[in-house]
Design a binder for this molecule. Structure first.
Ligand code: PMT
Length: 219
C-alpha cells in the first residue's frame, strides 16, 4: 500500500536551467524534466498539494499539480524560495552551476581571423543548500546527485555538505538511466543511515518508491 501524502505541501524542482550568453545562445544541460515531473505526478496522486518549479522542458503538467516555469538558476531560486514554507522540497532539477558574468545585449558576432572566444563564468546560487539552511526549512530536504563516477562518495559528500535529509544518486552518461531516459536507477542515502537501491525501473515507479521514503519520514 502506498503511503498517503494528503494535507502535505511538496515543492519539486525539475528540468535544466538555461543561462543566457546572448539573445540566441545559452549554456544548458540534458535534463528533460522527466524525473522531477514523475515525482510531482506521483505526489499529486497521493493527495499532496504539489508545486512544481520547472526549467525549460517539453512536458505536460501532471494532473493536480501547480506549475511555475522558469529559465535560469536565479529565476528557479526566486520561485523556490517564494513557495516556502512547505513540508518537503525535492530538488530534481539539474541547475546550472555556472552562468556567464554578463549577458550580451545583441547577438555576438564572429570576427574574421579570431578563432577563440573566452566566456567568463560565475557561480550560480545553490538552491538546495539555501533551502536546507533557510529559516523556513522544510521538514524534509531531498536532493538528487547526478554523477558520472564515484557515485556513492560524491552523493554522500553532497548529503553532508548541503545538510540534506535524503539524496537520490544516479549515474549519468550511461544508456537507460539518468538524463532523458524513461528509466533510471537510484541509490538513496539518508542522514539517518539509509542506503537503498531503487530500480532499475521507469521513472514514475521510482518516484513512487522515493515518495514512500519521504512519506515515512514525514509521518
Ligand atoms: O530530467 P531528466 O532527463 O529526467 O534527468 C533526471 C536527472 C538526471 C536530471 C535527475 O535524476 C537528477 O539527478 N537531478 C539532479 C541533477 C544535478 O544537478 O545534480 P548535481 O549533483 O549537480 O546537484 C546536486 C543537487 O543540488 C541537486 O538536487 C540539484 O537540484 C541541486 N543544485 C545544484 C546546483 C545548484 N546551483 N543549485 C541546486 O539546487
Amino acid at each position: 500500500m502506498t503511503a498517503a501524502l494528503a494535507g502535505r505541501r511538496l515543492l519539486v524542482s525539475a528540468g535544466p536551467t538555461f543561462e543566457d550568453i546572448d539573445p540566441v545562445r545559452f549554456i544548458g544541460n540534458r535534463s528533460s524534466g522527466k524525473m522531477g515531473f514523475a515525482v510531482a505526478d506521483a505526489a499529486a496522486r497521493r493527495g499532496a498539494e504539489v508545486l512544481l518549479v520547472a526549467g525549460p522542458v517539453h512536458l505536460a503538467t501532471p494532473a493536480g499539480v501547480q506549475r511555475v516555469d522558469v529559465r535560469s538558476a536565479e529565476q528557479m531560486r526566486a520561485a523556490v524560495l517564494a513557495a516556502l514554507p512547505v513540508d518537503a522540497y525535492i530538488g530534481a532539477a539539474a541547475v546550472a552551476d555556472w552562468r556567464p558574468r554578463a549577458i550580451a545585449p545583441n547577438k555576438m558576432k564572429k570576427t574574421a581571423g579570431v578563432d577563440t572566444l573566452a566566456l567568463e563564468l560565475v557561480r550560480t546560487p545553490d538552491i538546495l543548500a539555501e533551502v536546507a539552511a533557510h529559516a523556513a526549512r522544510p521538514a524534509l530536504v531531498v536532493g538528487f546527485a547526478a554523477e558520472t563516477e564515484d557515485v556513492e562518495r560524491y552523493a554522500r559528500g553532497k548529503l553532508a555538505a548541503k545538510q540534506l535529509d535524503l539524496i537520490a544518486a544516479n549515474r549519468v552518461g550511461v544508456a537507460g538511466a539518468g538524463f532523458e531516459s524513461d528509466d533510471n536507477l537510484l541509490t538513496v542515502f539518508g542522514r539517518d543511515g539509509l542506503a537503498r537501491e531503487l530500480g532499475p525501473a521507469p521513472k514514475i515507479q521510482l518516484a513512487d518508491a522515493l515518495l514512500d521514503l519521504i512519506a515515512e519520514r514525514l509521518s
